[in-house]
Ligand binder design. Structure first.
Ligand code: 6PG
Length: 237
């Protein structure tokens, strides 16, 4: 895993967008699968990414996780990704289904079937992730059932402390990706960034990236990197 430190959140968003555009250009396939994360740090990146010269016609956007809310709800990751990126580019955008008449587990199964069509081998070219201040990533929260899923690519995950359901890519799906880009900023993440790189294995969910098969790069700001002590970091110029 690499970590690249940026002076501030604005530089991080701009350089992360450039990095993602570069990954899309480098992808060899006829189409490029790009998993989008929710959260404020990814959102700032999408707002930069939509202006870059990318061949969006070959890109399939999907969601590495989604909240169990209506598609136009303020908390919807899909609604945020549409407003900041997908509605402004020619990429195909595959969103999860939601209805009062559908159970989260069924919605996750429908979405996994979609993913099996657009990513037949389960190896997304790129997956973007954020990290919560508890070390969660996607919607794989500490102590939740989905952390133990080894076969499925995408599942429903009950999150008791939030009193909600989430839909999320599993560790298996994330670890198979060709490239993983973690976007994290702010001093509230510093302790978990240090734990992700330097802590005892199995402490927090995002340490699943230690078993990733592809390239993993963390793009962070100074504040998020401020508690690293023994990890070599690269500094964005
Ligand atoms: C979600 C996200 C989640 C997010 C992190 C970081 O649905 O909430 O997918 O994993 O990426 O919580 O979010 P912030 O960048 O807003 O701190």
């Amino acid at each position: 895993m690499r970590i690249v430190v940026h002076a501030d959140g604005e530089t991080l968003a701009r350089r992360a967008a450039e990095h993602i555009a570069g990954l899309i250009k480098q992808s060899a396939g006829p189409r490029v699968a790009l998993g989008l994360a929710g959260g404020s740090t990814p959102k700032a990146t999408y707002e930069e990414l939509r202006w870059l010269p990318v061949n969006w016609d070959i890109v399939d956007l999907w969601l590495s996780d989604e909240r169990w809310v209506a598609p136009d709800h303020d908390d919807s990751n899909g609604a945020m990704a549409a407003a900041t990126l997908a509605d402004h580019v020619e990429a195909r955008f595959f969103r999860t289904r939601w209805s009062r008449h559908v159970r989260p587990r069924d919605a996750a199964a429908f979405y996994e079937a979609d993913l099996r069509r657009i990513i037949p081998d389960g190896r997304s070219d790129i997956i973007l992730l954020g990290m919560g201040s508890d070390g969660h990533t996607a919607s794989l929260f500490p102590g939740t059932e989905a952390l133990d899923e080894k076969e499925r690519w995408f599942v429903a995950n009950e999150v008791p402390h939030l009193d909600t359901w989430r839909l999320t890519a599993t560790a298996t799906m994330i670890q198979r990706a060709g490239a993983v880009v973690v976007l994290t900023a702010g001093d509230t993440k510093a302790e978990m960034v240090a734990t992700a790189f330097e802590g005892e294995d199995g402490t927090i969910p995002i340490q699943l990236l230690r078993q990733a098969e592809g390239h993993v790069v963390w793009l962070v700001d100074e504040a998020a990197a401020s508690m690293l002590s023994e990890t070599p970091v690269e500094r964005a110029l």
